[in-house]
Design a protein around this ligand. Structure first.
Ligand SMILES: Nc1ncnc2c1ncn2[C@@H]1O[C@H](COP(=O)(O)OP(=O)(O)OP(=O)(O)O)[C@@H](O)[C@H]1O
Length: 317
């Protein structure tokens, strides 16, 4: 049996598509919360759309005309993150050759999105707490007290309470950032969203390539339907892009699917790390861990900051 596009008419929340009741209820709550000024903490697995929701909250809020800035706390070293958020004076640290305005200043009147907030270093947590309590901060290397009015939207895939118990997250900050906690359901918990998004991404890749997929054979369909989707919507988009590129003709076949979907994921072979294939190894691990840099760094036995530098070095986005 072949599966064809039943012609879904999804709701679109500025590009966040869904046909699921549960998601529509979630988004109704999001719209309500957006009208307030409260700090929101978005919980959800990687690729569930936390950043999209954060942008949507901003756009629907009274601050929607103001700036929206996003910082990934897992991707920056402590010093870079501090300088990104608070700004710095020329000479504040080695490499600070110019004054730089921080996002707290640039986002004044807007919303600041802190992704992977559970990974924020403790010293920056202390500074952020002050911003949330007193609305003021001092740029690195400066003695000038600045004020700012930002709305905080944060996201995490791990429990902040657990991070507090581990001594890695300040309890006082936890209460400030998760005034309104919101849990984004996993892709597999969104009913027909999986099928709808499969066709959505097929249409998208049909539109930009020579190949036009019009149907999916039942073996491939069953594999798509029974997979867990740990990387959620991002992984789905990648998988469809992969099969679109790898196969031919108007039918998506089981053979076109990538190894994860076919249940033949790569063996956990011993890793060795040398300069020549370093870039390829990093790319492969990013794919295997679905972009979770912390796990990639752990696998390679290097720090997150080192991994970040290597990504920059090799031009990996
Ligand atoms: N419901 C949706 N409809 C269409 N595209 C979506 C939807 N949800 C997510 N996406 C797409 O999937 C990708 C991942 O979304 P996003 O970056 O918002 O996820 P995230 O939860 O913030 O991920 P991470 O935790 O890894 O940072 C993006 O390219 C986004 O456009």
């Amino acid at each position: 049996m072949m599966h064809t596009n039943p012609g879904y008419q999804p709701h679109s929340y500025q590009g966040l598509l869904t046909v699921s009741k549960r998601m529509q209820q979630f988004m109704a709550k999001v719209e309500k919360v957006a009208r307030t000024n409260a700090s929101v903490l978005l919980r959800g697995e990687t690729g569930t759309g936390k950043e999209m929701v954060a942008r949507y909250i901003h756009r629907c809020s009274p601050r929607g005309v103001g700036a929206f800035s996003a910082v990934n706390c897992a991707a920056l070293s402590g010093e870079l993150m501090a300088s990104e958020l608070f700004g710095h004076k020329k000479g504040a640290f080695t490499g600070a050759t110019h004054d730089r305005r921080g996002l707290l200043e640039l986002t004044n009147g807007g919303s600041l999105f802190l992704d992977e907030i559970a990974e924020m270093p403790l010293d920056i947590q202390a500074r952020l707490l002050r911003v949330l309590q007193d609305r003021c901060f001092t740029p690195l290397g400066s003695s000038q007290l600045m004020t700012t009015d930002i709305r905080l939207i944060s996201a995490t895939h791990q429990s902040l309470r657990k991070r507090v118990a581990e001594g890695a997250f300040r309890e006082d900050l936890m209460y400030r950032v998760r005034v309104i906690p919101m849990f984004l359901p996993k892709l597999v918990e969104r009913g027909e969203d999986l099928s709808m998004l499969i066709w959505h991404f097929i249409d998208r890749f049909n539109a930009i390539s020579e190949r036009r997929i019009e149907s999916i054979d039942s073996k491939a369909w069953n594999a798509l339907m029974s997979y867990e989707w740990p990387g959620n919507v991002r992984e789905l988009s990648n998988v469809i892009e992969y099969c679109h590129a790898i196969g031919d003709g108007s039918v998506l076949l089981f053979d076109d699917l990538n190894p994860d979907l076919k249940g033949e994921g790569p063996a956990d072979e011993q890793l060795y790390f040398d300069d020549e294939n370093e870039r390829d190894q990093i790319l492969e691990l990013l794919r295997r861990y679905r972009g979770r840099k912390l796990e990639v760094a752990q696998k390679l036995g290097i720090s997150r900051a080192t991994l970040w530098r290597k990504l920059k070095l090799y031009g990996i986005d």
